[in-house]
Design a protein around this ligand. Sequence first.
Ligand code: PMP
Length: 361
Amino acid sequence: MSQITPQPGIMDIALYEGGASKVEGVANVVKLSSNENPLGPSPKAIAAAQAAMARMNRYPSSDHAELRAAIAEVHGLDASRIICGAGSDEVLCFLCQGFAGPGDEVVYTEHGFGMYRIYALGSGATPVVAPERDRVVDVDAILAACTEKTRLVFIANPANPTGTMVDRADLVRLAEGIPGRAILVLDGAYAEFADGYDGGAALVEARDNVVMTRTFSKLYGLGGLRIGWGYGPKPVIDVLNRLRGPFNLSDVQLRAAEAAVRDRDYATSCQKENARLRNWLAAELGKLGVPSDQSYANFILARFADSDEVDACDAFLKSQGLIVRKVAGYGLSDCLRITVGDEDSCRRVVDAIRAFKEQSE
Ligand code: PMP
């Protein structure tokens, strides 16, 4: 009998599902389940990636200096305190590896992003879940869940899959209230969709216990390339850099991301289009008796009567070529998360849900 055993809790992790982009026997399928940018990346990012392909015999930059400089310039940050990863996922993973081990606790919230638990378990730490209040992160509940063993507190702002946000005053309260050895991680995967929000950058600047993570997968339309970054106090970023593989990003990734972040006109047009269609989609679904909380991201969390209606609606949408996301795994079995697609996709979603509601009357 083998004595090989994984870390505690690993075998309770469900394998990731959700990448489907086809429905058997249905044409004209649109995937609205992964919060991707329906408009695609900036043409400048595509050109930069193509040019980098010609140099693939060469190892890429190991310090990501040019990408970090571009991010720093655009966001007004200190380039030496930026770390780039293969998706923001990798930065979240480095945070767990670097700061939480056996006996330590990692706090996140009831409907929090699934990778927080997985990375906590992967580094041998104990996940601790704080309740939310009506699908909104509850700062007091997080503070109550913290102990002297807490090393990391993860919140996504805006949150996935709820799309809700906590305001700056609450973020400050959280940063001030967590135990001395804990780091507050503000996951800003959707920060660019929240008008006027800096992703927590000002709070990172003001404190020595806050890290922000960001991604090129959402607004910048580069989910397929896997690029993210983090910004934090120098001593924290120094730890993460020691864990980082020297060539964790290819030149294709680096060049595409640099061109994408510098193309402000394209990014702004994607932000505007998302806000317009998100608000329209939420309003139209509301009229059909499918409410949602105000979303600050590029998806909406549509609420139904119960999980039976969710299952039936999900199946109906699939039959119409619309793939959305069930979020029962996040404790939201009466909801479907729907990415804001392009105008045609949004209209198709509204028409399909109207037809679904009519046929079930
Ligand atoms: N955080 C949140 C809240 C997310 O929803 C996602 C992607 N679904 C990520 C982080 C990771 O994104 P990526 O690794 O593509 O940067």
